[in-house]
Unconditional design. Structure first.
Length: 306
């Protein structure tokens, strides 16, 4: 006799489930995508362009971004521009937001896809733990700075590329930069992803009734280069062993397109998806009291607190 999995283990079934799709056009819409030259962001950029969406690629490498822009213009006839930003620097995030607000009269879709996994503790020039900065603080700041433009552009959608890795835990509001605790790559990554989920629910409440939705998603178990910043042994294991069990990143591109375009999601906000299937995240990621603490700390750390 088959038994249904508990809610907290539903991700195990969702890994094998048939995902949802759409054929909705995105012609005339504009999407801003971070992490757009690799992995999930790259797959999303290609799929949204195929659906007719104009793009702004937020990337560290001008050469990679310009090459991708040329590819997408040629293949799909969409408009593509590039904004350079290293998300380890919140000053660069602010400059990127200034350029986006200057050059984009409307922003219909924001996809925060850039991500980092580090096996060792590193810090940004501002002294922040790097994974927490790139995975959480940078998209938190960028989203906050673009909110008014997205309200003006409504109906519009924000998609946070999160991860089942949030289940690794590791979030401690009193030690966000791992100055007191022993750092491990999985717990550091998990902490950043839980923080992103907690603030996603706060954003959803803030945006209620505005026509702007915000949702988070796990993009699937995919062959991407996340973690390639680590040492040669890690990279060897990633590419020769781990990749054998992972799937084509095109799956994530199709999922991002669905979440960005599907008419049935027009009013859906404050949800977590396993690719395209709604799922319950871990209990810590649903602690709204903790979420308010992380929201306030994130505002302070990004200079948004008044």
């Amino acid at each position: 006799m088959s038994r249904e999995l508990p809610e907290q283990l539903q991700f195990l079934a969702n890994r094998k489930a048939v995902q949802k799709t759409t054929t909705a056009s995105l012609k005339g819409r504009l999407a801003v995508i971070t992490g757009s030259t690799s992995g999930v962001g790259l797959a999303g950029a290609r799929r949204l362009a195929q659906a007719g969406c104009d793009l702004v690629l937020v990337a560290r490498s001008r050469d990679k971004a310009e090459a991708l822009g040329s590819e997408l213009r040629s293949a799909y006839g969409v408009a593509v521009s590039v904004v350079l930003a290293d998300l380890r620097s919140l000053d660069e995030v602010r400059r990127a937001a200034e350029l986006l607000l200057r050059d984009c009269p409307r922003i219909d879709i924001l996809i925060n896809s850039a991500g980092l996994h580090s096996t060792t503790l590193t810090r940004t020039p501002d002294g922040r733990e790097t994974v927490f900065c790139v995975n959480h603080l940078a998209p938190f700041l960028l989203t906050s700075l673009l909110l008014d433009r997205m309200r003006e552009s409504s109906p519009s959608r924000i998609i946070q590329v999160n991860s089942e890795g949030h289940r690794f835990g590791g979030l401690d509001p009193s030690d966000l930069d791992w100055k007191r605790r022993h750092y491990t790559g999985l717990r550091g990554y998990g902490a950043s992803k839980i923080a992103q989920l907690l603030t996603t629910w706060e954003f959803a409440d803030l945006l209620e009734g505005s026509g702007v939705t915000i949702n988070a998603m796990h993009p699937g178990d995919l062959r991407t280069n996340i973690g390639s910043n680590n040492g040669p042994l890690y990279r060897w294991f990633l590419h020769t062993v781990t990749w054998r069990f992972l799937k084509d990143p095109a799956i994530a591109g199709e999922a991002l397109y669905y979440l960005a375009a599907a008419p049935e999601l027009a009013g859906t906000s404050g949800r977590y998806f396993h690719v395209t299937l709604e799922e319950r995240p871990t209990a810590q990621a649903l602690d709204r009291a903790m979420g308010r603490v992380i929201w306030e700390k994130s505002q302070a750390l990004t200079g948004l607190a008044h």
